[in-house]
Write a protein that binds this ligand. Structure first.
Ligand code: ATP
Ligand code: MG
Length: 160
């Protein structure tokens, strides 16, 4: 199942809804979609929904932006510029995967083989003038997700 998001404001609002579903959870979230699909916009809404009021910069060049919001640690990654998945080791990925932090990862394909399978896979597609979005939470995360948005976890998304 998918939902149509006609404007950037809708995209931000869905991010805020997602904050309620993801609050207190840890693990990896994959954000998939072409350049300009609205991945960062969704993260912006999500962080706002968690209570963050500062600026959310795209981690295009830093690759990773850390947040601490109400005792929760969130890392926003953009792997577009990753030359090799092995570079994730230098970013300290192992330390981030400590079972407590939430990792929101744009361009997870670039980390294939090193980045763990996601607990939630989000796919955003261009559908002019808006976007179409689909959420695939793994079984352990299905409870609490809005049914109208959710699709079964795809077989290749194996939970760790
Ligand atoms: N639902 C929507 N409808 C229309 N425009 C949108 C929607 N969501 C986001 N946008 C717009 O799309 C543009 C790109 O958004 P954004 O930077 O979030 O994309 P991205 O997927 O993170 O891209 P990149 O792969 O380059 O990091 C922004 O101008 C944003 O306002
Ligand atoms: Mg982005």
């Amino acid at each position: 199942m998918t939902r149509y998001l006609a404007t950037e404001a809708d995209q931000l609002a869905l991010g805020e809804d997602l904050a309620r579903m993801l609050s207190g959870r840890s693990g990896v979230v994959h954000l998939r979609g072409e350049l300009g699909a609205g991945k960062t916009t969704l993260v912006r809404g999500l962080l706002r929904g968690l209570g963050y009021s500062g600026t959310v910069r795209s981690p295009t060049y830093t690759l990773i932006e850390p947040y601490e919001i109400g005792g929760e640690r969130i890392y926003h990654l953009d792997l577009y510029r990753l030359a090799d998945p092995e570079e994730l080791e230098y970013l300290g990925l192992r330390d981030l995967l400590d079972g407590e932090a939430l990792l929101l990862v744009e361009w997870p394909e670039r980390g294939a083989g090193v980045l763990p399978a996601p607990r939630l896979d989000i796919l955003i597609e261009h559908a002019p003038p808006g976007r179409r979005i689909r959420l695939s939470p793994c079984p352990a995360w299905q409870e609490g997700f809005d049914d109208s948005l959710v699709q079964q976890c795809e077989p290749h998304h194996i939970i760790l």
